[in-house]
Design a protein around this ligand. Structure first.
Ligand code: ADP
Length: 394
């Protein structure tokens, strides 16, 4: 009976999962899926590794399945799938590991209690990430669980890169730059040597451009700076998040518009970014296909902010050997990649347009001083690898 590892990524309204089978040297994806609309119109779908739907269920409008109900359904589905395999560990994506968790950790009740302390640092994600861990600890206490953090990869940032120019007391109390999307960057750093061994030993900027978007400066496979800070709203404009915003704007909105914390939270997390600027959509595909000048402004601003951050991160690195595009927009949009690469010509990036149109992986010309790549990320596989490694070593 072969070992299998379940990867769980729980959010406020969905639980995503993937199941990996352990082979001698690798992990093979068996099935992946999600339950969406946990509290509105729950829908389950699972696909095999070829992308074909193998199971689907809808609970109907208004049904409130919740995290517990969704987890039960996923567990039942997986039991049915696993005649020849045995789930030996569950790996969870957890957004915040604070300063303490610089690597994945096997969870027990004490670790959950420690991770609950980070809820105020990531109130929109952390509580939902912890819910399935708590449920499984209650229901299957013998099942090994591992928490993998979006912040851990950035703990190699120098002290100075983690610091705000706030009074020291606030820094000491944890008000500092943590950085996010770490599992994605760690995955890219793990495969970069196969593509460009020299860059992997040197200086690389990775652009994770999905609904959430950030950039990370990596030197010799370790993060040294990133665009996200105390929360995942900093840095680049995203689908619906502002990215970096003069803190004076927040004060102005409070004083002049009477907005409270919740109203500002909604504004900067859900109503801004590509959606807010365009007034049309948070989806890059829709904006690229639109003739509306507001869509153009949103895309222009998106690319302009990337251009600025590229300069900033290249300065933090003190040079540049490679740039890597990843996540939904980075992996799929030749147009955005081309714009970013053209803007980065001064840094030594020379695009190969035909290779870019084909989707890479290498999208820079042979003579380009800085190589450019489009490489799919795989945060789930990173979590599965960590889970296997940690439990194997236990
Ligand atoms: P998440 O952060 O939710 O995981 P993804 O990494 O899936 O998001 O990225 C979603 C974004 O990728 C959306 O803005 C979507 O429009 C964009 N995207 C996906 N495919 C394409 C494409 N072919 N061209 C442009 N944008 C794309």
């Amino acid at each position: 009976m072969a070992d299998a590892f379940l990867v769980v990524n729980a959010g406020s309204s969905s639980i995503k999962f993937s199941l990996y089978i352990a082979h001698a040297e690798s992990l093979g994806l068996a099935v992946r899926g999600q339950v969406e609309g946990l509290f509105t119109s729950p829908h389950f779908a699972a696909k095999n590794d070829a992308g074909a739907v193998v199971s689907e269920k809808a609970w109907g409008e208004g049904a409130k399945l919740g995290h517990a109900g969704a987890l039960d359904h996923i567990a039942g589905f997986i039991r049915g799938e696993l005649a020849e395999h045995r789930v030996v560990g569950v790996g969870h994506r957890v957004v915040h590991g604070g300063l303490e968790y610089t690597r994945p950790v096997r969870v027990n009740a004490d670790v959950v209690a420690a991770l609950e302390k980070f809820i105020p640092l990531a109130p929109l994600h952390q509580p939902h990430n912890l819910t399935p861990i708590r449920l499984l600890l209650e229901r299957q206490p013998g099942l090994a669980q591992v928490a993998c953090f979006d912040t851990s990869f950035h703990r190699t940032n120098p002290e100075i890169a983690q610091r705000f120019a706030l009074p020291a007391e606030l820094h000491d109390a944890g008000v500092r730059r943590y950085g996010f999307h770490g599992l994605s960057y760690e995955y890219i750093a793990s495969v970069l040597p196969q593509h460009d061994a020299q860059a992997a030993r040197g200086k690389t900027i990775v652009l994770h451009l999905g609904n959430g978007a950030s950039m990370c400066a990596i030197e010799a496979c370790a993060s040294i700076a990133s665009t996200m800070g105390f929360t995942a709203v900093d840095g680049l404009p995203m689908g619906t998040r502002t990215g970096a915003l003069d803190p004076g704007v927040i004060l102005y909105l409070m004083d002049q518009r009477g907005m409270d914390a919740r109203a500002i939270e909604k504004l900067i997390y859900n109503q801004s970014g590509l959606l807010g600027v365009s007034g049309i959509s948070s989806d890059m595909r829709t904006l690229l296909a639109s003739a509306d000048p507001r869509a153009k402004t949103a895309i222009d601003l998106y690319c302009y902010r990337i251009r600025r951050e590229l300069g900033s991160l290249a300065a933090a690195l003190g040079g540049l050997d490679a740039i890597v595009f990843t996540a939904g927009i980075g992996e799929n949009s030749a147009e955005i990649r081309a714009r970013v690469c053209r803007d980065a010509a001064w840094l030594g990036v020379e695009l190969d347009s035909a290779a870019n149109a084909r989707g890479g992986p290498r999208i820079s010309a042979a003579a380009s001083r800085v190589s450019a790549w489009a490489i799919p990320t795989n945060e789930e596989l990173m979590i599965a690898r960590h889970t296997r490694n940690l439990l194997g070593a236990a």
